[in-house]
Every structure is written in C-alpha cells, then in structure tokens.
Design a binder for this molecule. Structure first.
Ligand SMILES: NC(=O)c1ccc[n+]([C@@H]2O[C@H](COP(=O)([O-])OP(=O)(O)OC[C@H]3O[C@@H](n4cnc5c(N)ncnc54)[C@H](O)[C@@H]3O)[C@@H](O)[C@H]2O)c1
Length: 370
C-alpha cells in the first residue's frame, strides 16, 4: 500500500521590473530607492577598479539620503568570475549583517553583474538585487534578463541561475571613464542585435560609425535604448531560454571557445565579433545566409574597430566548442542568421545542429581564406 501526498506548487510569479535609462541618472539612484525601495539596506558589490571611481560616490549618496548601505569589492576582471569570489562575497555580506530584507546592488560590468547576481540568487536562499551597469556591454546586454553565472576552468558560465533583478539603472555618462578597448568590445553586442532582430538598427550603426566611436550622446542613447528594447522583448518571449532566447547567443558558441583558448585574455565582445564571423560563415556555407550580408556584417564590425580573426588551432577550437551549454546530445548547436534582422529556424527551433565534420571543414576553409 503506497500513500501519495501531493505537494501542489503551481504558481504564477510576476518578475517584471523597470529599466531606467538616462544621462546623469547615477547620482539620483539612492533618492529613487528611497521613493521606491527594494530593500531596507543595500550592499553595493563592485570591483577593485570601480570602487574608487564610482563605488564611494554611490555610498556617499546613500548616506546623504540616510539609507543604510555598505560597499564590498573584489579584484576586477574575468579571473574573478568564479565560485571562490562568491564565497568571499557571502562572507563579506555576513560581516556587514546583510539579511533577507536587504538588497544587493551590482555596480560594474558584466563580471560584477554576473557574480553579484549569482551571489544574490543563493545568499540566504536568494535576496533581491539591482543592476547598475557601467560598461557598454553590461548596459546593452548583461544587466537585463536575469542570467547570472560564474566560470569553471572547463568553460564559461557553467554554474549559474536565472535571478531577475528588481530594477536596472543605466547611466550612459558612466561610459566616459570606460577604457576605449572595453567600449569598442561592447559594440559587438549591439551589432549582434542588429543582425538577429533589427535591420534598422544595423543600418543606423552603418550610417553612424564615427558618432558611435566618439560616444556622441544622442547616438549612444539611441543604440542603448534600442538594444535594451530588443533584449527585453526577447526575454519576455522566452525567459528561460527554451528556444527564441538562444538567438541572443549568436556568435557566442565560438566566442566562448575562443575566450577559453585565449585564457580570457581577449575581451568578451572581441570574441563575440570573431564568433559572429565564424557562425555567419557556417550559415553561409549551409546555404542559410547570403555571403554579401555576411561580408556586410564583417565590414561593420571592422569599421567599429572590432577584430574579425584570432589565431587558433581548428581542432582545439572544436574541442572547446563542446563545453557550450547549447550542446545537445553530444551535437554542436549554433544559432545562425537568415538575413540581417532575422535568424534562421527549422520547424520553429532556432538552435541548429551542425555536424562536427562540417564545422571542421568550414573552419579550415575560413582559416585558409585568412
Ligand atoms: N548575464 C548575461 O546575460 C551576460 C551577457 C553578456 C556577457 N556577460 C558576461 O559579461 C562579462 C563581461 O563583462 P564586461 O565586458 O562588462 O567586463 P568587466 O565586467 O570585466 O569590465 C571590464 C573592465 O572595465 C572596468 N570598468 C567597468 N566599467 C567601467 C567604467 N565605467 N569606467 C572605468 N572602468 C570600468 C572594470 O573594472 C573591468 O576592469 C563576461 O563574463 C560575460 O560572460 C553576461
């Protein structure tokens, strides 16, 4: 005789949140949080570089508003995006008496957002967090959508969670202090949005290369707003990446492998640029995408100062590709363009299986074309 007790847990959750975008928004974050609180106390998590540039300034603004806040930092860079940093942060949060009624503020680029967001998702079984992105990459991509993660030696983002932020504050004026190479790297994700979803954005980028490279305020606001809109819409359609959201990973399968092979010396956006050339080439060779559009994509990337090629051994790259989370049943999967502004799908599925021998021969041909 077996007794069955059913634990009913079907529930509807509302994880909606506001993304605020504006020049000069940064200094008014504490005042806004006073008017629209997310927690009773705030732990600002940032990196060693940003602590002095913006961390102390934000802490000061919290103090002016009489809001309880603390500042915690860890060494800047992708090397810190690991589980040891998470343990370190948990200890600091405990020291600062951060509790379940508190909220974390991740102040930084994608590394701070990913590590801080992941920490928020597991600290005391999960507390709220707010994203304050400071790199272009984080402002147009990583701060939105609730993907959090840390890397393993074996590959990127292999430990993580979906944990949506409660709010995102995007102040493009923070980009003025961002090193140029980091800024240009972030533009790769903007080009990605154009290719995967928005031909108008792609053409806007083509027409405004110089303005964008010179951080013209109007152009910057336009590309950030458009990118956030696209990311938001895709996440709304498929929050847990069951299908459509995977198009945001265009170029990322090779990019993650390249980052790993370079021991994370190349920047994420630089690897994405090279990765889009590779994925785009696979799409061309499979007959899904016209070669002139692939060349147009590469021309735009090059004009924005992004790399298109990196030295790697094809077999090493293929081995590294297998650590991608899109690998299904041992098969390499890619998201591939159909035309600028639209991705290719088979029976409504966007992850396209490509045989390893095909990938190898396409890559060898591409390397030969160098
Ligand atoms: N969660 C997601 O959806 C998602 C999406 C894309 C990328 N990512 C992740 O994002 C990470 C890359 O993020 P990133 O490119 O922002 O790099 P990053 O966070 O390492 O920042 C780059 C460097 O710039 C410095 N910096 C940041 N903002 C600055 C500013 N305003 N002024 C001066 N210096 C500044 C940082 O201290 C750091 O040294 C990768 O780990 C990638 O996997 C996550």
């Amino acid at each position: 005789m077996v007794e069955v007790l059913r634990l009913n847990l079907s529930r509807v959750v509302d994880e909606s949140y506001n993304i605020l975008i504006g020049f000069g928004l940064f200094d008014s974050i504490p005042a806004d949080l006073k008017a629209n609180p997310v927690g009773e106390k705030y732990a600002i998590i940032t990196d060693s570089v940003l602590k002095d540039i913006y961390g102390r300034r934000l802490l000061e603004k919290f103090s002016e508003e009489n809001i309880d806040a603390c500042l915690i930092d860890f060494p800047a860079g992708e090397e810190s995006k690991n589980i040891s940093t998470v343990t370190y942060l948990v200890r600091r949060l405990l020291e600062h008496r951060v509790d379940r009624k508190s909220a974390i503020i991740t102040l930084g680029g994608g590394v701070v957002g990913d590590v801080g967001g992941f920490t928020a998702s597991i600290y005391m079984r999960g507390i709220p967090y707010i994203q304050v992105p400071t790199t272009l990459l984080a402002q147009v991509d990583s701060s939105i959508g609730g993907k959090t993660a840390v890397d393993m030696e074996e590959g990127k983002n292999l430990i993580g969670s979906f944990h949506q932020p409660k709010r995102v504050y995007i102040d493009p004026s923070l980009l003025k202090t961002l090193p140029r190479r980091e800024y240009l790297s972030g533009l790769a994700e903007v080009v990605k949005y154009g290719v995967i979803r928005d031909r108008d954005l792609f053409e806007y980028l083509e027409r405004n290369v110089e303005k964008i490279k010179n951080l013209d305020e109007e152009a910057l606001l336009h590309i950030i707003r458009k990118s956030c809109m696209i990311k938001k819409e895709i996440v709304e359609e498929d929050p847990l990446e069951e299908n459509k959201r995977s198009i945001l990973n265009y170029g990322h399968t090779p990019a993650h492998a390249i980052e790993r092979l370079s021991c994370y010396k190349c920047l994420h956006g630089e690897a994405v640029s090279v990765g889009m050339r590779i994925s785009g080439w696979i799409a061309v060779k499979k007959g899904f995408w016209r070669i002139d559009e692939w060349e147009r994509q590469n021309k735009l990337l090059r004009s924005l100062g992004l790399p298109l090629k990196m030295d790697f051994n094809v077999d090493d790259l293929i081995e590294a590709l297998y650590y991608d989370k899109k690998v299904e049943g041992g098969t390499l999967m890619f998201v591939l363009p159909k035309r600028i502004g639209e991705m290719f799908s088979i029976n409504g599925r966007y992850k396209i299986p490509i045989r390893e021998d095909e990938v190898r021969s396409f890559l060898l041909e591409l390397n030969g074309n160098n």
